[in-house]
Design a protein around this ligand. Structure first.
Ligand code: SAH
Ligand code: SF4
Length: 375
């Protein structure tokens, strides 16, 4: 079979791999063996999968690949934050960030090259949309990060304990590839992370939110950024299609869904990027407190990460403190992200990557951006 029509094993979650192997006349248990090699032993050379029979290996060598993105650039911050630029087969690049903390290590994963949603404060949105990532390009970020951390003496002890879909792109607009990727993140034969440790962040694509929460059990983060439609229309243009009242309806359905009733209490993490003079005033905090009153969630106040010609400034510490106090006094829990990895310009949510422009590749890291801690 030619290289182009070969199946990439990293594109298949467990069910798809079993189906593929059965189609090839193989026994379903081969899926278990192969997944353990791929994800737990970090081995992607089929020849090295010694408990798989030679005949099976030869057959798979004919019709499958285990191709992953290439490592274009690795950067390690003084505080342990790591950022990688991965090159895709078509020359596009994506960024992935690892943020170590005392009790966890969070990997911030990209879902698309660019983003079509054009939020006014987001540099990914500014670059426009190029294409969706495949499953192998999404889960490949986890595979590569695991290996790159292990290879570097300074990070050899670091583990990925949490994954947030907060890199480039809107994950819910790449639904078909997102769900198998999440399955692999949580599958015991792959990365085995609990649903508390896998978070999908969305700007509020409501139909996909409803579908996701019924298809796969994960943690949900919603990029709110404004307490009323007038302001949110400006900052997060998809709000014109899915306004705040409908978004809150979807959030309520998520926390009150059938599964939620029987299992642990669900909550939503609301992301709110603090833009000086734009959405950080006392009146916005009061409005937000009113909107979220009684809702099982927390608000994450994110420092704005500046980029050239953004037109926005990061809110002052005082403004953030005042905002948090108003919310806390009204009974709304807040988290404040701290800046991380600022010496390597690492930041989730405002990654630029590269779109089809090989000439720009070596100037990727000169923009002043700041990493942040994810709670
Ligand atoms: N598209 C999804 C997930 C990727 S963005 C979403 O919007 O939720 C991840 C987070 O980073 C979002 O909350 C996003 O609003 C935030 N973000 C985007 N640009 C940012 C910037 N310049 N500074 C700080 N946070 C930003
Ligand atoms: Fe896309 Fe999220 Fe950036 Fe908005 S904030 S443009 S949805 S990546």
């Amino acid at each position: 079979m030619s290289q182009t029509s070969a199946i990439n094993l990293f594109d298949l979650d467990r069910d798809a791999l079993v189906a593929f192997l059965v189609e090839q006349g193989e026994k379903p248990f081969r899926a278990k063996q192969i997944m353990k090699w791929l994800y737990q032993r970090n081995v992607r050379d089929l020849n090295a999968m010694t408990d798989v029979s030679k005949a099976t290996r030869n057959k798979l060598l004919e019709c499958t690949t285990t191709v992953l993105p290439g490592v274009q650039e690795s950067q390690l911050s003084r505080d342990g934050t790591a950022k990688w630029l991965f090159e895709l087969h078509d020359g596009n690049c994506i960024e992935t960030v690892y943020i170590p903390e005392s009790d966890r290590g969070t990997l911030c994963v990209s879902s698309q090259v660019g983003c079509a949603l054009d939020c006014s404060f987001c540099s990914t949105g500014r670059q426009g949309f190029n294409r969706n990532l495949s499953v192998s390009e999404i889960i490949g970020q986890v595979w590569l990060a695991t290996n790159l951390l292990a290879q570097e003496p300074a990070t050899a002890n670091q583990r990925i304990t949490n994954i947030v879909m907060m890199g480039m792109g809107e994950p819910l607009l790449n639904y078909r590839q997102l769900v198998p990727s999440l399955n692999l993140m949580m599958d015991d034969l792959a990365y085995g992370l609990s649903k508390r440790r896998v978070t999908v962040s969305t700007s509020g694509v409501i139909p996909a939110m409803d579908k996701l929460t019924s298809d796969v059990d994960i943690s949900l983060a919603v990029s709110l950024h404004a307490p009323n439609d007038e302001l949110r229309d400006e900052l997060v243009p998809i709000n014109k299609k899915y306004p705040i009242s409908e978004l809150m309806g979807a959030c309520w359905r998520y926390v009150e869904g059938e599964e939620a009733a029987s299992q642990r209490k669900k909550h939503v993490l609301f992301e709110y990027v603090m833009l000086s003079g734009v959405n950080d005033q006392a009146q916005h905090a009061h409005e937000l407190a009113e909107l979220l009153r009684g809702f099982p969630g927390k608000v994450n106040l994110i420092p704005f990460n500046p980029f050239p010609q953004s037109g926005y400034r990061r809110s002052s510490r005082n403004a953030v403190e005042r905002f948090a106090k108003i919310l806390n006094d009204a009974g709304v829990l807040t988290l404040k992200r701290t800046t991380r990895g600022d010496d390597i310009d690492a930041a989730c949510g405002q990654l630029a990557g590269d779109i089809d422009d090989r000439s720009k590749r070596h100037v990727k890291f000169i923009e002043p951006r700041f990493g942040e801690q994810i709670r």
